[in-house]
Design a protein around this ligand. Structure first.
Ligand code: NAI
Length: 304
């Protein structure tokens, strides 16, 4: 086994079941001491108990690994700070944070209440932000860190009835992009996993065949690689059912109208060329897009 988390400490949020449990068990099997965070609520985020987290800790320690349970709520700054303090007390450092905790409150946009919309954004976007902020200073100081966010195809491509969830999940890619830029000089790499797995979240209506095809254990290898010592940064991997692919945010080459007529009618007349992604570009940061369009304009104006 080449990938090793020996002497490393990882926190996995929402690790009492589903994907988080699978990630935590795989991290522990690869040598990490693991903090199993889970506030143990229902699928919609209500309720709470540490029983699920404690059960996963037992699985790890009975296999000879090191783990502690944390019942903190990712939406609470005080809870996340307490989790970080306790992790440092118990294990002395924090190398990895896997932001995995999540809830669902599916409703069409016509029916969703702002309370249900906010609750979902709160757990996914703010929870990931709060947990990442709680470890950020520790990782900066030790000049090393690996942070994973958990996005979803519901955000990257859309899912009926999941405006709240999709918006929050797509926002996490935005968070990843900037944390990558700000973390890179401190050895902090920030990546995303875009999973598909049969868990409590995907419902109880799965056949045995589907449960096997969509086992969470088929997502965890990609997640674990993305938080390993040799991990890239600002990389989003789709993983599920044994397929692993890279998700890219790209732009078309586009049409430069600089120095020419540029009206709404010109956009309409050229829309097919504007939208054509046969020559796609994948900027490494927002400024690279700005550089490109300025360069286009200078060239069009005969100044490049
Ligand atoms: P799950 O419901 O089995 O696991 C989520 C865990 O997060 C639960 O154990 C829950 O108690 C915990 N949690 C919820 N709110 C929390 C909070 N405020 N603080 C601490 N813990 C909290 O669901 P699953 O499928 O394992 O989901 C894991 C992650 O993967 C989620 O972020 C989900 O949105 C994401 N995901 C899952 C997909 C799938 O196909 N299962 C698809 C795309 C994304």
């Amino acid at each position: 086994m080449t990938i090793s988390f020996k002497d490393q400490v990882a926190i996995v949020t929402g690790a009492g079941g589903g994907l988080g449990r699978s990630h935590a068990l795989m991290l522990a099997a690869h040598g990490a001491a693991v903090v199993i965070n889970d506030f143990g609520g229902a699928r919609d985020g209500s309720g709470g108990s540490t029983a699920a987290a404690t059960a996963v800790v037992r699985e790890i320690t009975s296999a000879g690994g090191r783990a502690i349970a944390d019942g903190g709520n990712v939406t609470s700054e005080a809870d996340m700070q307490a989790m970080v303090d306790r992790t440092l007390e118990e294990f002395g450092r924090i190398d990895v944070l896997i932001n995995n905790a999540g809830i669902l409150r599916d409703k069409t946009f016509a029916k969703v209440t702002m309370e249900d919309f906010r609750a979902v954004v709160d757990v996914h976007l703010m929870g990931t932000t709060i947990a990442s902020k709680a470890v950020w200073g520790v990782m900066r100081e030790q000049n090393y860190g690996r942070i994973l966010v958990t996005s979803s195809t519901s955000g990257t491509y859309g899912n009926f009835g999941q405006a709240n969830y999709g918006a929050a999940k797509m926002a996490l890619l935005g968070l990843m992009n900037t944390l990558h830029l700000e973390g890179s000089k401190y050895g902090i790499h920030v990546n995303a996993i875009v999973p598909t797995a049969a868990t409590r979240m995907t419902g109880d209506m799965m056949t045995d065949e589907m449960l096997q095809i969509l086992a969470p254990e088929l997502v965890s290898p990609a997640a674990i690689w993305l938080v390993s010592r040799d991990a890239p940064s600002r990389t989003a991997l789709l993983a599920g059912a044994g397929t692993v692919a890279r998700l890219a945010i790209v732009e078309s080459e586009g049409v430069c109208f600089a120095g020419k007529s540029l009206s709404p009618d010109d956009i309409a007349a050229n829309f097919d060329r504007i939208a054509d992604i046969s020559a796609l570009i994948e900027p490494t940061e927002g400024l690279r897009h700005v550089d490109r369009i300025i360069e286009n304009a200078r060239r069009a104006n005969g100044k490049a």
